[in-house]
Design a protein around this ligand. Structure first.
Ligand code: SF4
Length: 449
């Protein structure tokens, strides 16, 4: 391995799905402040919606999500009632009827809802918002519990994209992470969804899992390619048991080391590209005709809480416990505890737990970091001028990157930063140089590769 690379790859850095990142959110933004932000949204601008369902039928040990096991359906049904209450409450604070260009149901497992309840929530959304003709309407699903009835309903409700957590097909790895799902099961779900008109399918894969190897991940990629998903995301397993308590069930002795992780990531990426997928950003792959690949070619790739996206909306309204939203004025995050979240809604308050108003040069730094994360290069001088910053606004940051330049991991010329091929695995480390708040939050993040 490149020795310069190995020096940086175990640094803890954010994934930069927002800037400032979530650890910088605090109680300074509450439901009242968010209500004022909502009232100031421009009805002419399309928005995105995210709905969070924190329930799952089984517990995957690698999981870092906010979820609970749904032993009975009662709490799930109550949650859904509150979610519809939140939709009404937020919509009532808007100055007009807004148009939606992207809708994403995430979790947890949104398909753990009963089909009638999913339909009820979609009706509530359609009664409060207009959807653009080309709107992407997406849902995350678990192949282990997806029923034929739910597949039918997903098609009937107009969903056009579904995603599955595939992770790894090797049976030993699946046992070690408590997620048993043979490839045949995933293939049946994919075929079923395509048959009801869900044209686009996403898969998530993970490397760095216990007992995983280059052989198992490349075999998984080969099996996935037979099912021809339109997009795949390839994530490194982030072992943070001090934050994600479920991960204490993972056998740490079976986890691959940093070098093995890098070999797995590279082998999977090569296999995906050999199968005809284009590499997008840091960790996504898409068929050349997929909108994500087209957006990347045309310089329109964006990054948000769902990772890389074609979504150009500046506003994302989040619904559900822990859901994160964004407006032109800042970020908000809903209360995490479902009981407190539901009580706030019952009392008629937007259930905001914390947030962050944009301040100082947050938007400029966010734009620099997003560009680096999307294309591995950024013109800091041009972006600085666009945001009316002084010409030397990031001189110190550029200077701090000088050692990486000397090591061949990036180049800097007249304020333009470009990560080299050797430096690609370290894009997050380069982005962190522009993060004003990074040093304070360093211990909370996963390793760079
Ligand atoms: S990985 Fe997905 S399905 Fe598994 S427990 Fe976490 S949220 Fe639920």
């Amino acid at each position: 391995m490149n020795s310069a690379l190995s020096k940086y790859m175990t640094l803890a850095v954010p994934r930069y799905t927002s800037y400032p990142t979530a650890p910088q959110f605090d109680a300074s933004i509450d439901g009242e402040a968010y209500g004022a932000w909502l009232a100031r949204l421009d009805p002419a601008e399309p928005i995105s919606l995210y709905l969070h369902v924190p329930f799952c039928d089984e517990l995957c040990w690698y999981c870092g999500c906010n979820m609970k096991l749904a032993a009975r359906y009662g709490p799930v049904a109550e949650y859904l009632d509150s979610l519809i209450g939140e939709i009404d409450l937020v919509a009532a604070r808007l100055s007009g009827r807004l148009r939606v260009s992207h809708l994403h149901w995430g979790g947890g497992t949104p398909t753990s809802l009963k089909p009638d309840d999913l339909a009820r929530a979609m009706l509530a959304l359609r009664s409060r918002f207009d959807f653009t003709d080309e709107a992407e309407i997406a849902i995350e699903s678990d192949p282990r519990t997806l029923t034929a009835e739910m597949i039918e309903r997903i098609g009937a409700l107009g969903f056009n994209r579904a995603s599955f957590g595939v992770q790894e097909f090797d049976p030993k790895v699946q046992r070690a992470i408590n997620r048993i799902q043979p490839p045949e099961l995933v293939a049946t779900c994919v075929e079923g969804l395509r048959a009801v008109g869900v044209a686009d399918i996403n898969f998530d894969l993970i490397y760095g899992l216990p007992h995983q190897s280059v052989e198992t991940i490349t075999a998984t990629v080969a099996r996935c390619a037979e099912m021809a998903p339109d997009r795949l995301a390839l994530f490194g397993y982030a072992h943070v048991p001090w934050m994600a308590k479920k991960q204490r069930l993972i056998d740490e002795a079976a986890l691959p080391g940093a070098e093995a992780r890098l070999a797995q990531a590279r082998a999977a990426a090569e296999k995906l590209q050999a199968a005809g997928y284009l590499a997008i950003g840091l960790d996504h792959f898409a068929k050349p005709e997929d909108p994500l690949a087209i957006a990347a070619r045309e310089g329109r790739l964006r990054r948000n809480f769902q990772g890389y996206t074609t979504d150009q909306a500046e506003t994302l309204l989040g619904f559900g416990a822990t859901a994160i939203g964004r407006t032109p004025e800042g970020y908000v995050q809903n209360i995490a505890e479902t009981g407190a979240w539901a009580r706030a809604i019952a009392e008629g308050r937007p259930p905001i737990g914390r947030g962050r108003a944009f301040a100082g040069d947050d938007k400029l730094r966010g734009a620099v970091i997003e560009q680096l994360m999307c294309v591995g290069a950024v013109d800091t001088a041009a972006l600085g001028a666009l945001h009316e910053a002084p010409p030397d606004w990031c001189a110190r940051e550029l200077e701090s990157l000088a050692p990486m330049t000397a090591e061949g991991l990036l180049s800097i010329e007249a304020g333009r930063v470009e990560v080299t091929e050797a430096g690609q695995p370290l894009v997050r480390v380069v982005a962190a140089a522009f993060d004003r708040y990074h040093a304070r939050a360093q211990k909370r993040h996963s390793v760079a590769v």
